[in-house]
Design a binder for this molecule. Structure first.
Ligand SMILES: [Zn+2]
Length: 390
């Protein structure tokens, strides 16, 4: 153990209570429907494992929502991944999710960062984000087709928004879809490690600390691999002050590459300062993942704090390999679709057998926060960036 214990890890997203509940509703006939069986571009996107279909751009109507997107459900299909982008600085949510029989998985107009009681838990995205369904363990078998509707959200209040882009142009959503099969029992995930100059890992190799990540992930059949760490130039910036609605200050830490394929960028940053109007005073999270799950959107990566904020010279966060492994695996858990097993206010995830004594505790630096469950592994291995073992 070197130096002081890291400070409390802040939640990756703010809590929200939306009071929604899953159930069977009246399958109102959508007035505007895009049928995803007629893609505008069926070509796979290179480098991301293939299988993605780019759908027609969907304009946002005056009420802030796009048309219902009908996604036919194929034989043997067990899930779906949707990579969605909006205009920069526009926040949005998967606002409604039903199927052809009118089963409601996400009722519309649920405000907050995410819905705590919806059948499917989805998170507000800023500028872009990946949505993976189902968000929980177990079977998910919609009738014939899913109906998905995206709608804008106010980035601060997390309620409805009808804002157009900064340039005054109408907003549009662009969607890429990838059907998912059932997750296998084992998989691998590739990390792309980027080290900033102020990180404690800038000099010494980070392999021992990264190996500790696998100490956590191996319990759920996931093996992380990484190549040689990319060290940013000594003159490069290491610090970022950012907010949920403005992740752009994180971009310089990404070595100029985002969305390069099915790898998880892991940025060993310097000072991370998260400013959020609803959270009051800016705070220094030990780790940060912009969206649950990760995989799309601006500044998409896992960020790990490497130095203190507000010091004249960098003061390194003195990670032990074990402590780093727990926090990094926790953030990779978010990236692969896991919510906190328990939040500071007692809110829990959707999974069985997860509690405060789980790696996904909102504060993974507490000594009892260790281990992942079989259901968490099922969710994580469903993520399209996890290569399925044969
Ligand atoms: Zn977290």
């Amino acid at each position: 153990m070197i130096g002081r214990r890291p400070t409390r890890l802040a939640p990756a997203v703010l809590l929200a209570s939306c009071g929604c509940s899953p159930g069977v509703g009246d399958p109102a006939t959508p007035s505007r429907v895009f049928d995803a069986s007629l893609p505008s571009d069926a070509s796979a996107t290179p480098g991301d494992g293939g299988g993605w279909t780019t759908l027609d751009a969907m304009p946002v109507a005056a009420d802030g929502s796009a048309a219902d997107l009908r996604l036919p459900w194929g034989d043997g299909q067990a899930g779906v991944a949707l990579a969605v982008s909006a205009s920069p600085f526009q926040c949005f949510q998967l606002d409604s999710l039903t199927d052809d029989d009118g089963v409601v998985y996400v009722p519309p107009d649920q405000w907050g960062a995410y819905c705590t009681s919806c059948d499917q838990r989805v998170s507000v995205a800023a500028g872009g984000g990946l949505f993976v369904l189902p968000s929980r363990a177990g079977t998910f078998q919609p009738a014939a087709a899913l109906h998905v509707r995206f709608a804008l959200r106010d980035c601060v209040t997390l309620t409805e928004s009808t804002t157009t882009t900064d340039a005054g142009a109408p907003a549009v959503f662009t969607v890429r879809e990838r059907p998912l099969g059932p997750p296998s029992t084992h998989g691998t995930v590739s990390l792309r490690v980027i080290v900033t100059p102020a990180s404690v890992f800038y000099g010494p190799a980070a392999d021992a600390a990264l190996a500790a990540v696998n100490d956590q992930l191996s319990a759920v059949g996931i093996a992380a691999t990484w190549g040689e760490a990319i060290r940013l130039p000594a003159t490069a910036g290491s610090d970022a002050t950012f907010s949920r609605s403005d992740p752009d200050p994180l971009l310089p830490l990404l070595d100029g590459t985002t969305g390069t394929g099915a790898t998880i960028p892991v940025v060993l940053a310097g000072c991370l300062l998260l400013s959020d109007p609803l959270a009051g005073t800016p705070y220094e999270p030990l780790g940060y993942t912009p969206h649950i799950p990760g995989g799309a959107g601006p500044a998409d990566a896992v960020y790990i704090k490497g130095s203190l904020c507000g010091t004249p010279q960098p003061v390194a966060e003195n990670w032990t390999a074990a402590a780093f492994g727990r926090v990094a695996a926790h953030e990779i858990g978010h990236y692969l679709g896991l919510y906190h097993s328990v939040e500071a206010d007692g809110t829990t995830d959707q999974l069985a057998n997860t509690g405060a004594d789980n790696l996904m505790n909102y504060d993974p630096s507490v000594s009892t926060a260790t281990g992942l469950t079989a259901e968490q592994g099922e969710v994580m291995r469903r993520h399209p960036f996890v290569s399925q073992a044969p």
